[in-house]
Write a protein that binds this ligand. Structure first.
Ligand SMILES: [Fe+2]
Ligand SMILES: [Fe+2]
Length: 384
């Protein structure tokens, strides 16, 4: 599906040697963190299953609308009280001299950031800025989608508010990257266009149970990633960038809280289906949403960028296992009782998975590194 969607947008497909969807590397011993996680479970599928949620389950989501109004909508931040990107950026309305001075100070502050850091910051920015893909994704979930584009349904109100909050993340990081002057913005912008054109299929099957498992996991992953980026920025001498990443981190935590509450509620009202949905997503593995990332040059860009995250200890297979452990505890999955046989098998699978991932992580540490060029930093080579 993904390769046809590339040609559909007149985007040249990467060389046939590489299957973007499966992300296999040139060496079977070399595993990106994301792929490494996949190897502990079944091989990745092509995610061709659609609308796997039985129609009668839609009623469950309809019946939860007032619960969403009371428990999820309050997690939105009022527009008048929340932050905006300009608060962290040089402000042109302050007059040309002040603006130029602020840009100069910014460019001075970022001199201590490593090339690896810049690649990760670009990756994070692209992941945020591909927001149209995620808004589309959530609106494929049966029972909760925004049917008119401005629906008064509480599920839709949340999705639009979430989307509007997320939009600030990409805007802020993108402007900061533009001003800092150390990245090839043309290649970054091309990557964004390719990536939004390619879309994303994380295998949620239009199934709201599976979809919200994915969003829970993804929000926690971005919470951890932006938090680690904030700490590195502090260490490398840019306190403003640290504050930016820390502010985004706090948003991601609030979003994680919303989606985690939804799964918690679903476990309460429909534990069997929800437990199986968690297992189903974990069997496929949770893939970063920009898994079809492409810059027009590197057919293995996603793998290479993931490897930088792994090497810099910003997002690794260890974090993946920790996220899963966090949810096992948060949703009290080990304590669930009275499940059907199928759901009990799913429960066992999920609860034992972190141990398997950690075992694989230990094996992955033995890999040799190699040099890879990144177009985003003017084709400089980095060790991955
Ligand atoms: Fe975000
Ligand atoms: Fe978020």
């Amino acid at each position: 599906m993904q390769t046809t969607s590339l040609s559909q947008f007149n985007i040249p497909s990467p060389p046939p040697k590489t299957t973007i969807l499966h992300r296999k590397t040139t060496s079977s011993r070399r595993l990106s963190p994301i792929f490494a996680v996949a190897s502990t479970t079944a091989p990745p599928s092509r995610h061709q299953v659609t609308h796997s949620m039985p129609p009668e389950k839609i009623e469950i989501f309809k019946s939860l609308e007032s619960w969403v109004s009371e428990n999820i909508l309050p997690l939105r931040e009022p527009v008048e009280k929340c932050w905006q990107p300009i608060e962290f950026l040089p402000d042109p309305s302050q007059g040309p001299n002040v603006f130029v001075e602020e840009v100069r100070a910014l460019r001075q502050r970022v001199l201590g950031l490593s090339d690896e850091y810049l690649v990760m910051l670009v990756g994070n920015m692209l992941t945020e800025d591909a927001l149209p893909t995620y808004r589309t994704f959530i609106n494929t979930f049966d029972g909760v989608c925004d049917e008119t584009g401005s629906s008064p349904c509480p599920w839709a109100i949340w999705t639009r508010a979430w989307s509007a909050e997320e939009n600030r993340h990409g805007d802020l990081l993108r402007t900061y990257l533009y001003l800092l002057g150390r990245v090839n913005m043309l290649m970054v912008e091309k990557t964004l266009q390719y990536s939004i054109g390619a879309g994303s299929d994380v295998g949620a099957e239009n199934n709201s149970y599976m979809g919200f498992v994915y969003t829970s996991f993804q929000e926690r992953a971005t919470f951890l990633t932006h938090g680690n980026m904030a700490r590195l920025a502090t260490k490398d001498g840019d306190p403003v960038l640290a504050r930016i990443c820390g502010t985004i981190e706090a948003d991601e935590k609030r979003h994680e809280n919303a989606y985690t509450r939804i799964i918690e509620k679903l476990l309460e009202v429909d534990p069997n289906t929800t437990t199986q949905a968690i297992a189903s997503m974990m069997r496929k593995r949770i893939t970063m949403p920009l898994h079809l990332m492409y810059d027009g040059q590197d057919p293995n860009l996603f793998e290479h960028f993931s490897a930088i995250f792994q090497k810099q200890d910003v997002y690794t297979s260890r974090h993946y296992a920790e996220i899963l452990e966090f949810f096992i505890t948060r949703w009290e999955l080990e304590k669930l009782e009275g499940l059907t046989e199928e759901a009990r098998c799913a429960q066992d699978f999920v609860c034992q998975l972190p141990r398997k991932i950690r075992r694989l992580e230990n094996r992955a540490k033995k890999l040799e590194s190699r040099q890879v060029k990144f177009s985003w930093i003017f084709n400089k080579s980095l060790s991955v």
